[in-house]
Design a protein around this ligand. Structure first.
Ligand SMILES: O=P(O)(O)OC[C@H]1O[C@@H](O)[C@H](O)[C@@H]1O
Length: 289
């Protein structure tokens, strides 16, 4: 049977995600970058304007959102009130209006808590995707790619990612939180002599990764690196990972993040050990479904 022809997609974006939207549009002639005039009223409420909005009728439209902070979430969803819990946010997103083609698709990269998958209502079509293929491609380029072990900092990360990384040996850690402290221990696996890559969905303070790195190094890891899909890094906590000078301690050889949090991408540009694995190609693929 002949596959249906791919359709043109009009790609809108929030202000913060402009650069990523440009990269996505560069992936295919069928993706046309669109512009929203993104202003705010004096009271802070969003005042958005789309020129020639009537031309959108009947077209396949996508919106590249950013969830890097509560401020930008609320700006995009034009909502006011308490800090959204995952459930509240899922309900808000479930109210995205349906279009002529039916329910709106919602593409989410490495959703934080797996149970959140079931929080969405039938009025939208959530699609759960992952940044892990980008990491796997990158790992193949390492000179020591056959000496790589994947470490999961806790059971949650293992549950979420182990099937996607089952061609690597693994180390599974245990994490308990005591207030601001994270206590990490090795539960399974041996990092001795390996380049160990810690894989998690997101980083905030960096405490989890730092504690995990210490334990892995103490157990003989030759090198430690990290991959997280979402580099949230509130309060510039990315600074904790920098290779400050030639002689500074380089606890993490590589730190890979995606460009899901645009403000972080800007902040860490050209700063070792950080490297951005762009989601652009993967988003462009998702738009052609
Ligand atoms: O330790 P920080 O970086 O503050 O927080 C990130 C961790 O907290 C969890 O929710 C995430 O899944 C990740 O393991």
């Amino acid at each position: 049977m002949e596959r249906p022809k791919k359709k043109q997609v009009l790609l809108f974006h929030c202000e913060e995600a402009e650069e990523l939207a440009r990269k996505v549009a560069a992936q295919s002639d069928l993706i046309k970058l669109q512009c929203i005039n993104w202003r705010s009223f004096d009271d802070g409420f969003p005042n958005l304007f789309i020129k020639n909005a009537h031309d959108i009728r009947g077209q396949h439209v996508a919106f590249l959102a950013s969830f890097s902070s509560t401020a930008v979430i609320f700006e995009q969803l034009s909502e006011e009130g308490d800090v959204a819990t995952a459930f509240t946010l899922a309900r808000m997103l479930s109210n995205t209006p349906i279009s002529r083609g039916g329910p709106t698709s919602l593409v989410i990269y490495d959703i934080h808590a797996l149970q959140e998958r079931f929080y969405f209502s039938d009025t939208i079509l959530p699609l759960f995707v992952t940044g892990i293929p980008l990491l796997k491609q990158r790992l193949q380029l390492l000179p020591e790619s056959d000496k790589v072990v994947i470490a999961f900092p806790d059971d949650g990360a293992w549950k979420r990612f182990h099937k996607l990384l089952d061609d690597f040996p693994v180390v599974i850690c245990n994490k308990v939180r005591e207030g601001d402290k994270r206590i990490v221990r090795i539960k399974e696996g041996d990092p001795t002599g390996y380049h160990v890559v810690i894989v998690d969905d997101l980083v905030q303070s960096g405490g989890t990764l730092i504690e995990c790195q210490k334990v892995l190094a103490a157990h003989g890891a030759a090198k430690v690196s990290a991959y997280v899909t979402h580099g949230v890094f509130p309060k510039k906590s990315w600074q904790r990972f920098l290779h400050k000078s030639e002689d500074s301690e380089k606890a993490f050889s590589h730190f890979w993040i995606t460009d899901s949090c645009p403000h972080t991408v800007k902040a860490i540009a050209e700063k070792a050990p950080f490297e951005v694995l762009s989601l652009a190609g993967s988003i462009a693929d998702a738009l052609q479904i």
